[in-house]
Write a protein of this length. Sequence first.
Length: 178
Amino acid sequence: MNEEEIRSFGDIINSSFKNISKADYNNSNSLLSIWEKVLLRIRSNINPNEGRNLASHSRVVDFKNGILLVEADHPGWIELLQLHKRYIINGLNMENRAVKVESLAFKLKGKQGNLFDPEEHKYSTEEVKEEIMRRAEEEEEKLNNFKLNDEKVTQNKELPPELASIFEDLRKNMLTNS
């Protein structure tokens, strides 16, 4: 290795965090602390500790474009968080007016899940149209294949003679017994 390839650990850390503004950092720290504060206010008739339980089984993972990504350690906690979603969003926005939370997204702990950033995925209108046309053609081909297979099945409506004889005997037997 030459000297140009060797960088100090401090340089690596500084370059990693140089795109994060102090305001963004402060806002994210604020959201983390406010998250628990808002959840602790949640009470239910069945469980007065519901908010405390929600806070201990969930955490804020990411915030982009007004969407707060929350991770929970069990699908049941996600259900309860969704039940209180409107209350949580209102509480977060009342506590911190600098950051506008418009929606919550949830993911299960240990599962992959990130918020979509439109800045990372810019597509031209032409690219989107081409993709839509490609998918439409694929679906149309599947539909045509299905119709062809369906026609093959419906073309052969005659029963084998042995089976036709059995059904005819069954029909006659039913008519004579009624």
